[in-house]
Design a protein around this ligand. Structure first.
Ligand code: G3H
Ligand code: 13P
Ligand code: ZN
Length: 284
């Protein structure tokens, strides 16, 4: 079926009390593994591309891969720009057929973040494309910051209320203690903050940096209103695990298909597990 807007998937997720997995792609094998997992679990799915993915594979290739994938499956698929930081980038993605874009103005002062988000929303609304924004700073696990700076980076619930009232975005990414990349220890999520945000804003919440977050914490976050869960790092790990196993076992192997095939299978398994944790399985 044709690509669907993220908003449609989130509306269903809200009704069903589950979250939709948003999986980052960079190449054909990753796209195929996301689709295979979604089909096996009978789940809707978001395939997302970061600016880095677009730089690596090219916007034309990413769009073509995901469009073909969606058109050849019965599970609903949204194609989403992950962490778009410029108006121009979001417009390029919309023009190529993305059904959802994230405009990440989280590094900007509140008023500028609102203004940039509204600029994107004006166009996106007119063409039926969904918009995710970010408030608070979701950093990387490599960021070396003080506890005070870390606390200050978390989303202020009152600001979230102002932000949502001033924009009307379809989904809001908030910072409650997760980070992008591999965690050194176990991440501690600020559920009280999430509760407070959800009591003030009635829109789907997005959890970034979800790889490596324990299953129980993810489920708790979903019970408190998270409706989109972003996963990239765990897919990268699965890819390398699958490819490395072949290369270690058969160092003479020179057929890329014999290396990328097992990598693809490993990713599919990882994504299937995530889908079940998010509760979006058996919804198609
Ligand atoms: O949000 C971060 C995602 O993991 C994308 O990472 O910018 O290296 O593609 P990337
Ligand atoms: P991870 O690095 O935890 O997979 O987070 C991915 C993400 O948030 C993409 O936006
Ligand atoms: Zn992210």
């Amino acid at each position: 079926m044709p690509l669907v807007p993220l908003k449609d998937l989130l509306t269903q997720a809200e009704k069903g009390g589950y979250a939709v997995g948003a999986f980052n792609c960079n190449n054909m094998e990753i796209v195929q593994s996301i689709i295979a997992a979604a089909e096996a679990e009978k789940s809707p799915v978001v395939i997302q591309a970061s600016q880095g993915a677009i730089k690596y594979a090219g916007l034309e290739y990413i769009t073509a891969l995901v469009k073909v994938a969606a058109e050849n499956t019965h599970v609903p698929v949204a194609l989403h720009l992950d962490h778009g930081t410029s108006f121009e980038q979001t417009m390029r993605c919309i023009r190529y057929g993305f059904t959802s874009v994230m405009i990440d103005g989280s590094k900007l002062p509140l008023e500028e973040n609102i203004a940039l988000t509204n600029k994107v929303l004006d166009v996106a609304r007119a063409v039926g494309v969904s918009v995710e924004a970010e408030l608070g700073k979701i950093g990387g696990t490599e960021d070396d910051i003080t506890v005070e700076a870390w606390e200050a980076s978390l989303t202020d619930p009152e600001e979230a209320k102002t932000f949502v009232e001033s924009t009307g975005v379809d989904a809001l990414a908030i910072a409650i203690g997760t980070a992008h990349g591999q965690y050194k220890g176990e991440p501690k999520l600020d559920f009280e903050r999430l509760k407070k945000v959800r009591s003030l804003v009635n829109i789907p919440i997005v959890l970034h940096g979800s790889s490596g977050v324990p299953e129980e914490a993810i489920k708790e976050a979903i019970s408190l209103g998270v409706r989109k869960v972003n996963i990239d790092t765990n897919i990268r790990e699965a890819f390398v695990r699958g490819a490395r196993a072949v290369m270690e076992e058969k160092p003479q192997e020179i057929d890329p298909r014999k290396i990328l095939g097992p990598a693809r299978e490993e990713m599919t398994e990882t994504i299937r597990e995530k889908i079940r944790i998010f509760g979006s399985n058996d919804k198609i």
